[in-house]
Design a protein around this ligand. Structure first.
Ligand code: NAD
Length: 497
C-alpha cells in the first residue's frame, strides 16, 4: 500500500482531462462552455470540464447509433466482446491507483476505501461481466410440433446512462460493463460533481479495442445534458443511479418521449435491526458504524436507521460510540483516514442543516453534532449519532446522505418490522439474530431489494443490487443486470411436418 507521500507524489504527476469523449475523440462542448471540478478536501479547482448540453448529447447519441447500426460491436461474436472487455479489465487493473486517486480527489473519499472497496469490487464486476457474455443462451419454447419457437436476447441499441457522484467509478461500472457486454452502444452523462474517472475510462475503452462511438462520455449538468439524454428519441434504455426525485423526473421524460425503458437505482433509508439474541454484538456494532460512517455516509445502502432491542441497547450504544470516535474526518489521501470530505460546499451545508435541525427538535445527540467549516480547509462533517429518535423525526424519515445515524429501541419482532417498513424507501436491510427461523421470517417481511443477515454490504458481482418502492426498479450486477440491457425477441417458425 502506498504512503500518503506516495499518493501526493502521484497526484503531482496526474494529467486530468475534462473534455467530453464522443465518437472516439476528445472534444470540448460545442458551446465552448466549461464548469469547474472541485477537490472538496482542498477546495481547489482540479480542472475545467466541458459543459455538454443538448447539442453534445445529440452528437454523442448519433455516434452511438451509427456505431450500433454499423455492427462491429453489436453484431460481433460474444467471445470477441469478452476478449475486448477482459483487456479493458486488465487495463483498469494497471491504472487502478490512477482511478482511485481521481475519484478521491474528485469527491473526497478516503484513498484506502477507493482501493479496498471501489476499485476492488469494480474490477471484480468488469471481469465477471466480461466473462458472462458468451454464456447466455436463448431458449426454445414448448410449442406444438409444427412450429419452432425461439426466444432470444438482443442488444437494445443506444443505452443512456446517468450516474451519481458518491461512487463515481463503481456506479458507472455497474451500468457500462453489462450494457457493453450485451452489445449496446452507450452515452454516459456522469455527475457534474465527479465526472473525471468516466472520461478516463472511455479513453481506456478505446485502447482496449471498443470501437469508436460505442462508448461516449458527455460531462454536464443534469437539467441540461441529463435531461436531453433522457428525452432523446434514439435512446432505448435509460439507466440511472441517483436520487428518488430525479428518478421520478426521468420516468416522466420517458413518458414524454419514446417510452424508453428506465432502470432506476434511487435513494435509501435502510434499517439495521439488532435483536437481543445477536451472537456477536461487537461485530454488529462494527458493521453498524462502518455502514453509516464509511464514505462519509454518502452511501445509498447506509443503514441510517438503527433499531436495537431494549434489553441490549445501552451496552450496544456504548460499543457504537467507542467505534464512532475512530471515524475522525481527515485528509482523504492519508491511507489511515477512515472518513474523508463530503462532496462539496452545498452538500456540507445540507448535512449540517439536518444535524442542526435535529438538535433544534431536541433530539438526544450522543456523539458528534454540527461542524464549523474553516475556509480553504475542506468540507468535513462529524460522525453523528442521535438516540431515542421518534419515527416521525426528519433524521429518521429523510435520506441525509451524510454520517448521521438515528437510533431507536424496540420491544419485539412485530414492532421492529413495522418500524423498519415505515419508509417510502426499500433498498437494503440488515438483521442481526442467532435464530435462523427469525432471520428467515424477518428477511421475508422486510420490504427491500436486499437483506443482509448477520452482516451488511458485500460486493459480490453474482448478487443483484437494487431496491423496491421509492428506491427504484433496476438491478445492477449479476446476469440479471446484463439481461436488463437486452430485448427479448420471440421468433415463430412454421415447420413442414
Ligand atoms: P442526483 O439525483 O442529484 O443526480 C444523479 C445524476 O442525475 C447526476 O448525474 C445528475 O446530473 C443527474 N440529473 C439531475 N437532474 C437531472 C434531470 N432533471 N434530468 C436528467 N439527469 C439529471 O443524485 P446524486 O446527488 O448524484 O447522488 C446521490 C443519490 O444517489 C442518493 O439519493 C443516493 O441514495 C442515490 N444512490 C443510489 C444508489 C442505488 O444503487 N440505489 C447508489 C448510489 C447512490
Amino acid at each position: 500500500m502506498k504512503t500518503k507521500q506516495d499518493w501526493y507524489a502521484l497526484k503531482d504527476t496526474l494529467s486530468l482531462s475534462g473534455q467530453a469523449l464522443i465518437d472516439g475523440e476528445r472534444v470540448d462542448a460545442q458551446s465552448g462552455k466549461t464548469f469547474p471540478v472541485i477537490d472538496p478536501a482542498r477546495e481547489v479547482v482540479l480542472v475545467e470540464a466541458a459543459e455538454g448540453d443538448q447539442a453534445d448529447i445529440d452528437r454523442a447519441v448519433a455516434a452511438a447509433k451509427r456505431a450500433f447500426e454499423e455492427g462491429s460491436w453489436s453484431q460481433a461474436a460474444p467471445s470477441h466482446r469478452k476478449k475486448v472487455l477482459l483487456k479493458l479489465t486488465a487495463l483498469i487493473g494497471e491504472h487502478r491507483d490512477e482511478f482511485a486517486l481521481i475519484d478521491s480527489l474528485d469527491m473526497g473519499k478516503p484513498i484506502a476505501e477507493m482501493i479496498g472497496v471501489d476499485m476492488s469490487e469494480s474490477l471484480d464486476c468488469w471481469q465477471w461481466t466480461a466473462e458472462s457474455i458468451d454464456k447466455i443462451y436463448g431458449e426454445i419454447s414448448p410449442t406444438h410440433g409444427d412450429t419452432l419457437g425461439l426466444i432470444s436476447h438482443e442488444p437494445v441499441g443506444v443505452v443512456g446512462a446517468i450516474t451519481p457522484w458518491n461512487y463515481p467509478f463503481m456506479m458507472m461500472t455497474w451500468k457500462i460493463a453489462p450494457a457493453l457486454a450485451a452489445g449496446n452502444s452507450v452515452v454516459l452523462k456522469p455527475s457534474e460533481r465527479a465526472p473525471l474517472s468516466a472520461i478516463r475510462l472511455a479513453e481506456l475503452a478505446l485502447e482496449a479495442g471498443v470501437p469508436k462511438g460505442v462508448f461516449n462520455v458527455v460531462p454536464g449538468y443534469g437539467h441540461t445534458a441529463g435531461k436531453a439524454l433522457a428525452l432523446h428519441e434514439d435512446v432505448r434504455v435509460l439507466t440511472f443511479t441517483g436520487s428518488t426525485r430525479v428518478a421520478g423526473q426521468l420516468m416522466q421524460y420517458a413518458g414524454q418521449s419514446n417510452l424508453k425503458r428506465v432502470l432506476t437505482e434511487a435513494g435509501g433509508k435502510s434499517p439495521m435491526l439488532v435483536f437481543d439474541d445477536c451472537a456477536d454484538l461487537d461485530a454488529a456494532a462494527q458493521r453498524a458504524a462502518f455502514s453509516i460512517f464509511m464514505n462519509q455516509g454518502e452511501m445509498c445502502i447506509a443503514c441510517s436507521r438503527l433499531y436495537v432491542q431494549d434489553s441490549i441497547k445501552e451496552a450496544f450504544l456504548e460499543k457504537l460510540v467507542a467505534l464512532a470516535k475512530t471515524y475522525q474526518p481527515g485528509d482523504p489521501l492519508d491511507p489511515e483516514t477512515k472518513m474523508g470530505a463530503v462532496v462539496d460546499r452545498a452538500h456540507f451545508e445540507t448535512v449540517n442543516a439536518s444535524v442542526a435541525g435535529a438538535e433544534q427538535e431536541g433530539l438526544r445527540c450522543i456523539h458528534g453534532g454540527t461542524t464549523q467549516h474553516k475556509s480553504g480547509e475542506g468540507y468535513y462533517v462529524a460522525a453523528t449519532i442521535f438516540d431515542e429518535v421518534p419515527a416521525e423525526a426528519s433524521v429518521m424519515r429523510n435520506e441525509i446522505f451524510g454520517p448521521v445515524l438515528a437510533v431507536c429501541g424496540f420491544k419485539d419482532e412485530a414492532e421492529v418490522i413495522a418500524l423498519a417498513n415505515d419508509t417510502p424507501c426499500g433498498l437494503g436491510a440488515s438483521v442481526w439474530t442467532r435464530d435462523l427461523n427469525r432471520a428467515h421470517r424477518v428477511a421475508r417481511k422486510i420490504e427491500s431489494g436486499m437483506v443482509w443477515v448477520n452482516g451488511w454490504g458485500g460486493g459480490d458481482p453474482t448478487l443483484p443490487f437494487g431496491g423496491v418502492k421509492a428506491s427504484g426498479n433496476g438491478r445492477d450486477r449479476s446476469l440479471h443486470s446484463v439481461l436488463e440491457y437486452t430485448n427479448m425477441k420471440s421468433i415463430w417458425m412454421s415447420l413442414e411436418v
